[in-house]
Design a protein around this ligand. Structure first.
Ligand code: 4NP
Length: 159
């Protein structure tokens, strides 16, 4: 069997947007029979929440959509990620700038906005940070990451 395509979703804290995207991607890829063709992980550019589970609002929102984020743990973007993954898919334009700025020599991963990569249109081409917002912000994030997950299935030729 061919090597899986390796995707890393990157946001700031790795407790809201990127774990939600990771969960949505896993869910939609599995639904399409692509779970063995694609490996998905997530990380944050910041290190404040390393080792922590996702934000309880992210867990609750994903659970309403049938996705369990409780086993996930925060981790920080590492230089090895630039060679271990095929794509570093960023939640917003600041994450994109940070991921590009930290690109080490010899990096092989391609770097993009998750929404662009997945062919999803959003207001400013990005997923807004819900951390200081209300529960409705988390539902909005879910709508975007789930659309991106469906876009990923289209892009990767799901059954
Ligand atoms: P995320 O949200 O980048 O979607 O995980 C945030 C989580 C935590 C912080 C910022 C954004 N923080 O500053 O701790």
């Amino acid at each position: 069997m061919a090597e899986p395509l390796r995707l890393l979703v990157v946001c700031l804290g790795n407790i809201c947007r990127s774990p939600m995207a990771e969960g949505a991607l896993r869910h939609r890829l599995a639904e399409a029979g692509l779970e063995h063709a694609v490996a998905v992980d997530s990380a944050g550019t910041g290190g404040w929440h390393v080792g922590e589970p996702p934000d309880r609002r992210a867990i609750a929102t994903a659970a309403r959509h049938g996705v369990d984020l409780r086993p996930l743990r925060g981790r920080q973007l590492h230089r090895d990620d630039y060679t271990r993954f095929d794509w570093l898919l960023c939640a917003d334009l600041q994450n994109l700038a940070d991921v590009r700025a930290r690109r080490p020599p010899g990096a092989t991963a391609q770097i993009a906005l998750l929404t662009d990569w997945a062919g999803v249109m959003t207001g400013d081409g990005a997923i807004p940070d819900p951390y200081t917002g209300g529960d409705d912000h988390f539902e909005e994030v879910w709508a975007v990451v789930d659309a991106a997950a469906l876009g990923a299935v289209r892009r990767l030729g799901g059954r």
